[in-house]
Write a protein that binds this ligand. Structure first.
Ligand SMILES: Cc1cc2nc3c(=O)[nH]c(=O)nc-3n(C[C@H](O)[C@H](O)[C@H](O)COP(=O)(O)O)c2cc1C
Length: 209
């Protein structure tokens, strides 16, 4: 089983990467495979709402000039997810949101039902709002949302500083162990023959009666 970790910072080796790295070691110690995907520091498209993916239904975004389709392929192979972001003005980074909007709109089905969690790093404030935004992607898509022993935030402006946030690191380390446990529990349930719920889809009223 594999965990795909998305580093939503434009700084490849910044604070977010440092915290994801701590989670990664714990996940590896639990026998899971890991990969850290970096959103990069080049321009990345927003979802334009063109709805081409609604017609093709092939789990790809029509725009193939950045890494989103590659990421969708990685999501397909993954069994669990970690979304990590630095806080930018009380929100996740624009780059991460652009990536996630397109991944979920074009290929939400490849993530559906798989567990995940999110974390935010910041100098000082805005973490809970950023986490709230990231967690909506899981909650929208029948993805069991895993938590730590507090909200998953670590404070600092550099890798050296964030790893000194002992409480934040403890909380996020617990979240890594909880994610590993949840993934194993879901797999064990599947192996007993427990069927997923037969949910119904397609009712879209747009509040119009
Ligand atoms: C554009 C921008 C906006 C930021 N906004 C906030 C903020 O609202 N609250 C905060 O505490 N830190 C804010 N920061 C600081 C970063 O969240 C912090 O330095 C973080 O550790 C950077 O992580 P990274 O190295 O993974 O990019 C901001 C930084 C930038 C570049």
């Amino acid at each position: 089983m594999k965990v795909l970790m998305i580093n939503g910072s434009t700084r490849k080796e910044g604070s977010t990467r440092a915290v994801l790295g701590i989670m990664e070691e714990i996940l590896k110690g639990q026998g899971l495979g890991t990969e850290i995907f970096w959103v990069g520091n080049q321009p990345i498209r927003d979802c334009t709402g063109c709805r081409t993916c609604r017609k093709t239904r092939d789990n790809t975004c029509v725009f193939d000039d950045d890494d989103v389709n590659e990421l969708i392929g990685k999501c397909q192979q993954a069994d669990g997810f970690v979304f990590g972001t630095p806080v930018y003005y009380s929100s996740p980074t624009g780059a991460l949101l652009s990536v996630l909007d397109r991944v979920y709109y074009a290929a939400g089905d490849v993530l559906r039902g798989k567990p995940g969690c999110s974390l935010a790093v910041a100098r000082r404030g805005g973490t809970t709002l950023a986490l709230q935004v990231l967690n909506q992607y899981f909650l929208y898509n029948e993805m069991p949302l895993v938590s730590g022993s507090y909200w998953a935030m670590a404070h600092g402006t550099s890798p050296e500083e964030v790893v000194r946030d002992i409480e934040g690191i403890q909380v996020i380390s617990n979240m890594a162990r909880n994610l590993a446990y949840t993934m194993k529990a879901l797999k064990a349930a599947q192996e007993t023959g427990l069927e997923k719920p037969r949910n119904e889809y397609g009712a879209r009223t747009n509040f119009i009666r």
